[in-house]
Design a protein around this ligand. Structure first.
Ligand code: DP6
Length: 393
C-alpha cells in the first residue's frame, strides 16, 4: 500500500453566553442542568485554528496547544472526542487505525475566562469531522460537547441555544438566528487579566452543583423563563430586553459562585468597575446602551449596538489607562474592528455623571479592548499551520 498522509485545517469561533451554562447533570457526558444561549463572535478577531495530520507513519495520537504538548491519555477530553469520532466514522478500518497529530492555536488569552476551550474543542470536532467524514453540525456539536460543554454552541454562527437534553443524543446545540439577523450587534471584550484563573469552570461548576442551593432554583425556575424571553428579544432585535436579561443572568451566575462553598471569586475590582460604569451609562441615557456579561474569569464582555460603539470605546479610554515601557501613560489600546474617537466635549454630560458617581481612572487594570461582532460558524481553510509535528516523519 502507498504511504498515507493527509492534512486538514479549520478555524472556529468563540462564543459568549448570555444565559449561562453552569452545572452538569452528568459529569462524564457533560449533560448540563439547564439550557444556555450564546452569541458566536466573528472569527476575524478571535478564533482557534487547528491543523490535523493523519499518517500511517505516526506512532501515537498527539496534541499541541499553543506550542506546548498536551495529554492525549485515555480519558482526556481530546482523546474522548477523537475516539467518539472514530467510532462514528464510516471510513475503512485501516484508515481509522492511523494516528493523528493535532496542532492548535488560539489568538486570544487562554484559560482567562475567554471561552478558549469552547473555540478549541469546536475547532477540533469540526476538523476531525471533515477528516473522518462527519459534517452534520448538530452531530459535531454533540461531539464538541464531549470536549468542553460550551464548545457545542461554537459549531453554529449567530445566536445559539444549547438544549440541555437527557443523554448524549439529545444534548446538542441549534441556531436561534444566523449571523445576518441582527447586523447592528457588536461585542467589546475588555481583557482584564491574562493570568490563568484559579478554579477551572469544570471544577467550579461541580462545586456549585454540590453546595449551592441557589443553583437548583436557577436551573429549575429562572433559566427556562429567561431562555424564552431572551429568544424573543433576539428575534425582535429588542436590545433593551436583551441587555437586561443578559446582565441579570451574569449577575445571578456570579451570585451562585458566591453561594458555592468554599466560594468562587471570578470577578475582580476592575470587573466591578466595568459593571459600575455600564450601569451609570445606562442610567444616564435612561435605556440600556450596553450589556455586560462575565464568564468564569474577570474579563468583561460587552454586548452593544453599533451606534454606541464610538461613545463607549471613547469613554473606556478615558477611564482605563496603561503605562507603556517608557513610563508614559496612554489610553488602553483597542484591537479589532475600527471605530471613531469622540472628543470629551461631546460626551461631557455622561463624563460628569461618571465623575460625580466617583468613577476614577484606573491604570494598568485593563490590558486592551477587542472590538468584534457576531459571526458565522467554523470553516475549513487551505492554509495549514506551519509546524514540524504535522509533517510526515
Ligand atoms: C461560565 O464549557 O468551560 O463560560 O463543560 O466543564 O468544559 P466544561 O465547562 P465550560 O464552561 C463554561 C462556563 C461559562 C458559561 C457558558 O459559557 O455558558
Amino acid at each position: 500500500m502507498s504511504p498515507y498522509y493527509k492534512i486538514f485545517t479549520a478555524k472556529a469561533p468563540v462564543n459568549i453566553a448570555v444565559i449561562k451554562y453552569w452545572g452538569k447533570a452528568d459529569e462524564a457526558l457533560k449533560i448540563p442542568i439547564n439550557d444556555s444561549i450564546s452569541g458566536t463572535l466573528s472569527i476575524d478577531e478571535m478564533c482557534a485554528t487547528t491543523s490535523i495530520a493523519i499518517s500511517d507513519n505516526f506512532n501515537s495520537d498527539e496534541l499541541w496547544l499553543n506550542g506546548s504538548k498536551q495529554s492525549m491519555s485515555n480519558g482526556s477530553n481530546a482523546k474522548l472526542l477523537l475516539e467518539e469520532i472514530r467510532m462514528l466514522s464510516k471510513l475503512d478500518s485501516e484508515l481509522l487505525s492511523y494516528k493523528v497529530h493535532i496542532v492548535s492555536y488560539n489568538n486570544f488569552p487562554t484559560a482567562a475566562g475567554l471561552a478558549s476551550s469552547a473555540a478549541g474543542y469546536a475547532c477540533l470536532a469540526f476538523v476531525l469531522g471533515r477528516a473522518y467524514g462527519i459534517s452534520d453540525p448538530t452531530e459535531l456539536s454533540k461531539l464538541a460537547r464531549r470536549g468542553s460543554g460550551s464548545a457545542c454552541r461554537s459549531l453554529f454562527g449567530g445566536f445559539v441555544q444549547w438544549h440541555q437534553g437527557r443523554d448524549h443524543e439529545s444534548s446538542k446545540a441549534s441556531q436561534v438566528v444566523d449571523d445576518l439577523h441582527w447586523p447592528a450587534m457588536r461585542v467589546i471584550i475588555c481583557v482584564i487579566n491574562d493570568a490563568q484563573k484559579d478554579v477551572s469552570s469544570s471544577e467550579g461548576m461541580l462545586r456549585s452543583v454540590q453546595t449551592s442551593q441557589l443553583l437548583k432554583y436557577r436551573s429549575s425556575t429562572v433559566v427556562p423563563e429567561r431562555i424564552s424571553k431572551i429568544k424573543s428579544a433576539i428575534l425582535d432585535k429588542d436590545f433593551e430586553r436583551f441587555a437586561s436579561i443578559t446582565m441579570q443572568d451574569s449577575n445571578q451566575f456570579h451570585a451562585i459562585c458566591l453561594d458555592t462553598f468554599p466560594p468562587l471569586f471570578y470577578l475582580n475590582d476592575t470587573s466591578r468597575q466595568v459593571v459600575r460604569i455600564c450601569s451609570i451609562i445606562n442610567a444616564h441615557y435612561g435605556c440600556n446602551k450596553v450589556a455586560y456579561t462575565f464568564d468564569a474569569g474577570p474579563n468583561a464582555c460587552i454586548y452593544l449596538l453599533d451606534d454606541f460603539v464610538d461613545q463607549f470605546i471613547s469613554l473606556m479610554k478615558s477611564y482605563f489607562l496603561v503605562t507603556d515601557y517608557q513610563g508614559n501613560t496612554q489610553p488602553i489600546p483597542v484591537k479589532g474592528r475600527s471605530y471613531s474617537e469622540i472628543e470629551r466635549p461631546e460626551l461631557e454630560t455622561v463624563h460628569c455623571k461618571l465623575d460625580s458617581e466617583g468613577i476614577e481612572p484606573m491604570r494598568n487594570a485593563i490590558n486592551y479592548l477587542i472590538h468584534t461582532t457576531i459571526g458565522g460558524g467554523p470553516k475549513l481553510i487551505d492554509e495549514h499551520i506551519d509546524d514540524r509535528n504535522l509533517t510526515r516523519p
